[in-house]
Every structure is written in C-alpha cells, then in structure tokens.
Design a binder for this molecule. Sequence first.
Ligand code: NI
Length: 254
Amino acid sequence: MIIDTHTHYEDERYDADRDELLQKMKESGILAVNAATDRKSMEAIMRMIDRYENLYGMLGIYPEYVGENTEADLNLIRELAKHPKIVAIGEIGLDCHWEENLPKEVQIEWFRKQIALAKETGLPINVHSRDAAEDTLRVIREENAAACGGIIHCFSYSSEIAGEYVKLGFHIGVGGVVTFSNAKKLKEVVAKIPIENIVLETDCPYLAPTPHRGERNSSLYLKEVIAQIALIKDMSIEEVERITEENARKVYGI
Ligand code: NI
C-alpha cells in the first residue's frame, strides 16, 4: 500500500470528481492523509474522513492564517482531535517567503502553541517550513517537539539540516519536487538520509511530478516520486513502497 502523508482533497479543484478519485485511489491501494490550513478546511476534513475509508486527517492552522487564530480555534482542534481518524496536528510551522507574511514573532508564538497541543493530544506534527530553516529547527528543539515527532513536509533545505531532523527522530516528506530536473538539493537529501526517515507526500493539488508538472496533482501520481526515490537509493520500487508505508504508519499510528 502507498501512503500519501500530505494532501488537500478539500480543495475546490476536486469538487467535480472527488468521489471518483478517492475510489480510484482505494482501488490502487492508496491511503491519504489530508492536511488542514484553517477552520473551514478542518470542517471539510471531518466530513471527508467519515465519507472516505482511505482518507485520514490532520488538524491545525497554517502559518499564513494564524493571525486570525484564537484560543477558541485551539479548543476546537483539541475537541475534534478525539476522532480516531485524526492522526496529526498540521500543517503548522513558519513561512517567511513573502514580504507580506505575518510577522515572524506571531508565527513562532502559534507554532509553539500548536506543538504544545500536539504533545497534549499525543499526536505527531506535520510541519510547513519555508525560508525559515534556522527558526523552525530552533523552535522544534526548544519545545522538545521530538517528544511527539512528526514530518517536515515538502522539505526544501539542505541535507545537513535534514540530518539534524533525522537525529531528532523526525521524518522528511518527499514529493513531486524530487522529480524535477533542477531539484539537486532534494535529490541530495534523499541520497543522504536513511530510507527509514523518508515518507511520501503530494501536497496535492500542488506540485505535480514530472511528466505531469503544472497539472492538478493527485496521489495517483506518487508512482513517479517512488520511481525517482528508487533510482536515487538504488532500491526496487517495491522496497521503497513497503518501507515508506511502514514509516508513515509508524509516524501517524495508522
Ligand atoms: Ni500543504
């Protein structure tokens, strides 16, 4: 079985064929975990995980939206996280890519609060980190997030930083970017870290792998990612599938 550890199937780009797509994934032996970004997506996730057998969910507020976040949202997550198919707190973290992004201090404050919530609920975290390598690692260390563990999603940093996360017991999320011809850095990360610390993800509808680059992504395209990892690691497709499935099951407790 293939586990896609980070998806966004509540996106309106799936409105026309969501049932059909999730059914096709089920027939193809694919299980997916849907990431939350805000309150609206959390509500959609709670509906979808009851509707689709092969869909699990995570709950959290994306760094770009924490400005509107309140203690009531944390209480809502705390309550909804009791559902057995909620398997992580995410996606949470830091994004300093755009100039108009929220002040870093605000993002860090909510990152800390959501890590605390993960530890309280006994769930791992799914971390979004963009142009914030040092701050993310620092907060994760200061909050002792290794206690709950988790996945650094859509990993975009160096193999040295990946190595630091591996030491802390974290998993590295690898998706479509690894198939891009210019993705030297991520290919090096995959080459250097143990396969036991790699999990598959799409971040769909974004980041479709080659040869589907630019299209709407879905978990069905993960086979391109698996093939690329197998090539880099000099392993068989079956081995990559089996070990990344075990890794994802271990992190999410599925
Ligand atoms: Ni995402």
